[in-house]
Design a protein. Structure first.
Length: 64
């Protein structure tokens, strides 16, 4: 039997304007795929969730 069950899933979408130059789009992609971005996003999520004591029993995972 599973030790946990999915309570909820949240998704967010990052959009850019259609006319953005390809080089800029590539640059943004490098940033978004980087370890630093994912680590900072993970910390931000933990900070927000940590502000709600009732969520102290929730385990969070972040993936792409």
């Amino acid at each position: 039997m599973a030790k946990t069950v999915v309570l909820d899933e949240l998704h967010f979408t990052l959009r850019i304007t259609n006319g953005l130059p390809g080089s800029r789009s590539d640059e943004l992609g490098v940033t978004l795929r980087g370890t630093e971005f994912m680590n900072r996003l993970r910390r931000a999520i933990r900070t927000v969730v940590g502000g709600y004591p009732e969520l102290s029993v929730v385990r969070i995972s972040l993936s792409r």
